[in-house]
Design a protein around this ligand. Structure first.
Ligand SMILES: NC(=O)c1ccc[n+]([C@@H]2O[C@H](COP(=O)([O-])OP(=O)(O)OC[C@H]3O[C@@H](n4cnc5c(N)ncnc54)[C@H](O)[C@@H]3O)[C@@H](O)[C@H]2O)c1
Length: 264
């Protein structure tokens, strides 16, 4: 019998990650690289990508980095075409790029709604479309939904709508790409401290209010039976598990990695 742990590796797989300039996307790139993948890390922010590349180099990996704005469908298609030209194929896509605008429903502007939908839904959609056109049997896509799909949440309606969209497009892509042997799943993380969620306790000038942060983290941890908040590593390991051969019969699912803060 072959080594059973091979089912949890992604050796030599070609993995494209959006939003890999920080947070969950960055950690997913590092974890997939550690599990054997050739990683192409993309983000709209070149600085974040440089940091990702430096961290990877410290750990002995050499990902390719490429600036990509996922609000531009043509740029997404061009990136996927370049990956296929350079590496011969695309085995894994992780859509981690995303934004959240904090605003009460009555105050949201058309521009804010458009921005969040264009990046979170459009970016994920067109990346799935571009990847789906070139992927072959055994390939897989992981999208980042959110725990927000399971509840109503004040002050972030555009984000909530967008993650509902990501959840639904995940299921449809899973249905339409299944015949080609391509799997499509989503992760719905509970609260993880990143640049995005730091908005709750960071001033406009970037100063962190440490008391507010401690209170916020305590509040989010209290929602979990495990009494802690999630880490980017928790989410990245879930992404690895979904991409690995061990999950070859898993598609169209929304996997909740939230410490039990919601049970669906
Ligand atoms: N952190 C959480 O608690 C949490 C919970 C649920 C879901 N998520 C989702 O996980 C994903 C990663 O979020 P995170 O928490 O790591 O946030 P983050 O802000 O640390 O990372 C998001 C990344 O997306 C990039 N990005 C933003 N706009 C982009 C664009 N137009 N094109 C390309 N890249 C762009 C940012 O530069 C950043 O590097 C997001 O989709 C987010 O909605 C996060």
């Amino acid at each position: 019998m072959a080594d059973i742990t091979d089912n949890f590796r992604v050796t030599s797989k070609v993995a494209l990650i959006t939003g890999a300039g920080g947070g969950i996307g960055r950690e997913t790139g590092l974890v997939l690289a550690a599990a054997g993948a050739q990683v192409i890390a993309t983000d709209i922010h070149a600085d974040g990508l440089r940091e990702t590349g430096a961290l990877a180099a410290q750990q002995g990996y050499s990902p390719t980095t490429r600036v990509l704005d996922v609000s531009d469908p043509a740029a997404i298609h061009a990136t996927v075409d370049t990956v296929v030209a350079d590496f011969g194929r695309l085995d894994i896509l992780v859509n981690a790029a995303g934004v959240m605008i904090m605003r009460d429903a009555l105050d949201v502007t058309p521009e804010e709604l458009d921005t969040v939908l264009r990046i979170n839904v459009g970016g994920t959609f067109f990346a799935c479309q571009a990847a789906g056109r070139v992927m072959s049997s055994g390939a897989c896509i992981v999208n980042l939904s959110s725990g927000i799909i399971d509840r109503a949440s004040r002050g972030r309606i555009t984000y909530a709508i967008s993650k509902g969209g990501v959840t639904q497009l995940t299921r449809t892509f899973a249905l339409e790409l299944g015949a080609a042997g391509v799997r499509v799943n989503a992760i719905a993380p509970g609260w993880v401290e990143t640049g995005m969620t730091g908005q709750h306790f960071t001033d406009a000038d970037g100063t962190v209010d440490h008391d507010k942060r401690a209170d916020y983290v305590t509040m989010m941890a209290s929602a979990s039976p495990l009494a802690r908040v999630g880490t980017t590593r928790d989410i990245a390991l879930a992404a690895l598990t979904l991409c690995a051969p061990a999950s070859s019969f898993v598609t169209g699912q929304v996997v909740r990695i939230n410490g039990g803060s919601a049970m669906a």
